[in-house]
Design a protein around this ligand. Sequence first.
Ligand code: ADP
Ligand code: MG
Length: 237
Amino acid sequence: MSLETADSPLVELKNVYKYHYSKELETAAINGIDLRIQSGEFVAIMGPSGSGKSTLLNLIGMIDRPSRGHYFFQGQLTNQLVKKELAILRKNNIGFVFQSFNLIDELTAAENVELPLIYLRIPASQRKKRVQQALAELEMSHRMNHYPQQLSGGQQQRIAIARTIVTEPSLILADEPTGNLDSEHGKIVMDKLAYFHQRGATIIMVTHSSRDAARAQRTIELFDGTTIIPEADFLAS
Ligand code: ADP
Ligand code: MG
């Protein structure tokens, strides 16, 4: 079933729950969320530690699937897709940025950025140019042959963002992208995310920083796995 239409939201969650199980313990990490995010939006997600922010991002990124409820991506119901179909949808549309950079230490900066292009089976002849372009956009060309350990945290995050944008994802999911950075390097990373948003990417960013959240167009507040509806929206609806 594909219900894709021009005005479908990019991301739509309908009454979504996600339970985590460990030993006898059941945690409702996401507790009945309704959410619509349009293509081209820049959205911040805030909330206390343990409120379900990372779980929500993993659901949106199809790394995880809902325990209950419906998730539509580009108007398509994802619940019924098999793992391989989800992976293809993810690979072609979604890029992740993590707090801890997640670069591969044994690969140079350029090799890290090239990796997703190899997964996408982009021919070697095109890869080099795209890697160079992505590194240039993050102002990291001069460090392309460095290994992650030879770079500062801010530089590593810029390489990680180059690795994310090299596939030109329509949706960038960032989980506390400035969480490990000082304010100066954090600002550079935020400037880059804002730049890719201006270029048309949809960005959903988890953050603890109200300054970073202010760069987004709206903020979703999570508490105990549910969204807190701002009073203004509540009155308007
Ligand atoms: P946040 O990112 O807001 O800190 P998380 O989404 O990581 O929150 O976690 C939400 C809740 O789900 C927490 O209570 C956490 O302990 C629990 N949780 C998250 N991941 C797992 C997991 N893999 N197994 C068991 N419980 C988990
Ligand atoms: Mg988290």
